[in-house]
Design a protein around this ligand. Sequence first.
Ligand SMILES: [Zn+2]
Length: 143
Amino acid sequence: MDTQTEEFSDKVKYWRDNSTLVSAKIVGRNGDQAIFKSAEVYVRHWTQKEKALRTIKSFTVWLMIAIISVFIPILHFILVPIFLLACLIFTFSAYSKSSIVVGGLGTCPYCNKPFDVASADNRWPLSDVCSSCHRHVQIEKNS
Ligand SMILES: [Zn+2]
């Protein structure tokens, strides 16, 4: 097994151990006709404790960046307010998210090559681009 395949199977193993499997379909369009291919998508749900840790980590990192930028002459007039604003936005974002799509596997409906579902917010349907044929697809949950 080459290192790239090994790296990939390690990633899938990590998803399987730490996330919930969601049965999904990758939808492509050929004119008016829809093409469906099955996919497995992994969703990670955070516990209250993990969510709190993520929020604290985000707040601390952005606050530290803002504090460090105080020491950059002239630019600190712009950088400090920007990083403090980023601190608020990213901290709120970390607090409001309780789950995320970590990735997934499937087949591209257009080129039939393996499709690697990108990490995204857990808002369905997902939108993605095939890395082989660069066409847009939609990923929907199987009901
Ligand atoms: Zn493709």
